[in-house]
Design a protein around this ligand. Sequence first.
Ligand code: 3PG
Length: 212
Amino acid sequence: MGGAGDIAAIAARAPVIPVLTIETPETAVPLARALVKGGLPVLEITLRTQVALEALRTIVAEVPDAIVGAGTVLNPAQLDLVQRAGARFAVSPGCTESLARAARSSGLPFLPGVQTVSEAMALAELGFDVLKFFPADAAGGLTWIKAIGAPLADLRFCPTGGITAETAPAYLALANVACVGGSWVAPRVAVATGDWQSVERLAATASKLKRR
Ligand code: 3PG
């Protein structure tokens, strides 16, 4: 179990966590439904738009099969906000000590981001053993994850950032990868045009990816 609730159990629910930046509140529920129907129940709603919190609340209320978390949570105040909005977990692109401690005392499952071995070690000391590796593609990708497998043997990662349908399988084949995150399952054009069938199809393919 991670230091702030059981993020490992959430990561175990699906090989891919869709990372969703919702621009229009009306798209939130059909988007979430298409992803869940395709087999991806764990959803990360990034706090990058004005409507993100509203979208999160609506999905929590109307898509009970979704496990809805908040992404781009940068500080303790945002963590508190998303917890009160009904988020079941929180994700951060990096981490600070105050955010890690707030997450731990909140009890909300938390996936903090790292890019270096030292950052991973600092979070491990605070009790976090499942970490987001971000931005995965830009920061070393598969090579990084493979290289830290032996020295950081107790840690597992959720690589996110630049991962595609084509590159996801190689990440998921690694023993220290718990799941991957990415936006490719919810392409901007499909969301803008309400093409939920395409989203469901992409989710269905992603949900069948094999993990070690
Ligand atoms: C992000 O923070 O935007 C996520 O890491 C998703 O990245 P992606 O759009 O490259 O999948």
